[in-house]
Ligand binder design. Structure first.
Ligand code: ADP
Ligand code: ADP
Length: 208
């Protein structure tokens, strides 16, 4: 299964991908996670993109496309993948189309009020990338990762000003991909407002 997860920041793409990868036995490839790993490891790519992520802007297409091209060549991606957060522009979608065919594009639909609630309450474990929400998916002990015991953090780009910018960037650059993939007959709309397990099962049903 070769899937793209499309939708605004905070719609729950990463949360559902972490479950769906077990259902389909395919890797979850998140470009945001790949960039954050590079930043954490202090690579040249990481140094280049750090300020861009903090502001909630998009990393240039060539840099992002090259990174995804390399990742899709890895052994585990040969049998399928969930691409989460890529493509985010028409140029990226065209480049992806030249790299591989897709089975479906899942469009996570959520209204703006819920998007802001989800982003502002998101907390993450920096070393594992595990995601929580202070109200909707709290850790067992407040502020602490359930498995590693590390302190949870709020991403710089989940603070108010960056959230506003990311929503504008989504509308301007990424939302046009909905029509792009609908025209190709690949798009599946999923109501992302339900609980994670309900979102997962409605997606699995829609993909049969
Ligand atoms: P979210 O899960 O909130 O949608 P991501 O983790 O997917 O956010 O992305 C975090 C940031 O990484 C983005 O705001 C952007 O700066 C960068 N990024 C991720 N994917 C892409 C992409 N496909 N093109 C350009 N920038 C990207
Ligand atoms: P995305 O990858 O689309 O940016 P995430 O999966 O990181 O979104 O989810 C954003 C926030 O919303 C996280 O704090 C997550 O715990 C929470 N969340 C995700 N899915 C749901 C859901 N179905 N209901 C309630 N909260 C959710």
């Amino acid at each position: 299964m070769r899937l793209v997860f499309l939708g605004p920041p905070g719609a729950g793409k990463g949360t559902i991908a972490a479950k769906a990868k077990l259902v389909y036995s395919i890797p979850h490839i998140s470009t945001g996670d790949l960039f954050r790993a590079n930043i954490k490891n202090g690579t040249e790519l990481g140094r280049r993109v750090q300020a861009i992520l903090a502001a909630g802007d998009l990393v240039p297409d060539e840099v992002t496309i090259d990174m995804v091209r390399e990742r899709l060549k890895e052994e585990d991606a040969l049998k399928g993948f969930i691409l989460d957060g890529f493509p985010r522009t028409i140029a990226q979608a065209d480049a992806l189309g030249a790299m591989t065919d897709l089975d479906r594009v899942v469009n996570f639909v959520l209204d703006k009020e819920d998007i802001v609630k989800r982003l502002s309450g998101r907390r993450v474990c920096k070393s594992t990338g595990r995601t929580y929400h202070i109200l909707y998916n709290p850790p067992k002990v407040e502020g602490i990762d359930d498995e590693t015991g590390e302190a949870l953090i709020q991403r710089d780009d989940d603070k108010e000003e960056a959230i506003r910018n990311r929503l504008e960037v989504y509308e301007a650059s990424t939302a046009p991909l909905i029509a792009y993939y609908r025209d190709k007959g690949l798009l599946v709309d999923i109501d992302a407002s339900k609980s994670p397990d309900e979102v997962l099962s409605s997606m699995v049903e829609a993909l049969v």
